[in-house]
Design a protein around this ligand. Sequence first.
Ligand code: NAD
Ligand code: WQD
Length: 350
Amino acid sequence: MKRILVTGGTGYIGSHTCVSLLESGKEVYILDSLTNSNKTSIDKIKLIFSKRNIDISNKLHFFKGDLRDKEFIDSVFEKIKKQGNSIDGVIHFAGLKAVAESVNYPLQYWENNVIGSFNLFKSMLENNCKTIVFSSSATVYGNPKDELLKETADINPINTYGSTKFTVENLLKNIFETKTDKWNVAILRYFNPIGAHVSGLIGENPISKPNNIFPLIINAAYEKNKLKVFGNDWPTYDGTCIRDYIHVSDLAEGHLKALDFLFKNNNQLINLNIGTGKGYSVLDLIKTFETVNNVKVPFIFSNRRDGDSCKLIANNLKAKQLLSWYPLKSLEEMCLDGWRWKLMNPRGYS
Ligand code: NAD
Ligand code: WQD
């Protein structure tokens, strides 16, 4: 049985990935500072399994602490070693992710995302753990020329958050290139993850004010405040921007497949786009949400948002071919599951 360290495992994508890892029989060690998450997500993960009469309590462990503190990371590896176990691989989600905030607080973003990752990789090497899946983002492409993005597209981050992600990608590339240590690295560039686990027990629970479209649609539907749609004059079929929305559970499965690929194929460095390859406009998303949930999403059109791209869709062929991973869930399911999470947990985990 493989033992996996999941940094940021109580967060939105991390918690869904823990479910996938546990379903595949892996033992999971979460490391999280809880700066943007809640420990209740762990109880909810356990509940998902107990409802299926599966007891995973001795397969899911939690360490509260911060990646900026290397001694803390070392102590986690040490504790696991003292139990006679070792970590086979790491999935590294922990970090800050709000684009606008990153521009205002660059030092916080570089410290959390880059120094935190640096500490983690150093501790991994010292503990002879050299298999890692890293959460990167389509944001590293910046404002690309092509609308259907391949992994070979130019990298040109246009904000601090994107620069920190690309720096960590580069750090991993340099670590991989060393002759002495044989690392296995998968860099996953996510497009727009939305939705929630089908059980309605775990979902997105941002502690700070959300900026992404999906939690804002949910809030507009629930609280009846008006969503601002950024621009209706884009050169698209309905004038609003197009994105590649992916169900968070499909994204979680992508991590499992990437990790298993690394375990089977030694000394690999792979960059993969994780999206569905399908584009939907902001109005498509709002209308689908309204139809499947039978609820109104009040909105108004406002000016374009600075730095937005008109259309971003993943070319996901590489991930499909290499990992035999296929996104299975439709936009309708993303909207149904996201709303179910809201109705079952109107105040998130709190
Ligand atoms: P999230 O905020 O829900 O999860 C991140 C987790 O990391 C949180 O639980 C937080 O408490 C923890 N964390 C933050 N800084 C930490 C630190 N220094 N030490 C320890 N723990 C720390 O975010 P998410 O949406 O689940 O994103 C997970 C990862 O995926 C992030 O790295 C993010 O940049 C990346 N990503 C997210 C999206 C998206 O749209 N959600 C898209 C592309 C990439
Ligand atoms: C989606 C669409 C907006 C809010 C960002 C990051 C990216 C990644 C995912 C982390 C756009 C429109 C939005 C609103 C709106 N995150 N919109 N009104 O910008 O594609 O990507 O999140 O890595 O790095 O840049 O996602 O959800 O912010 O926007 O009309 O109030 O919704 O213009 O077309 P984006 P988003």
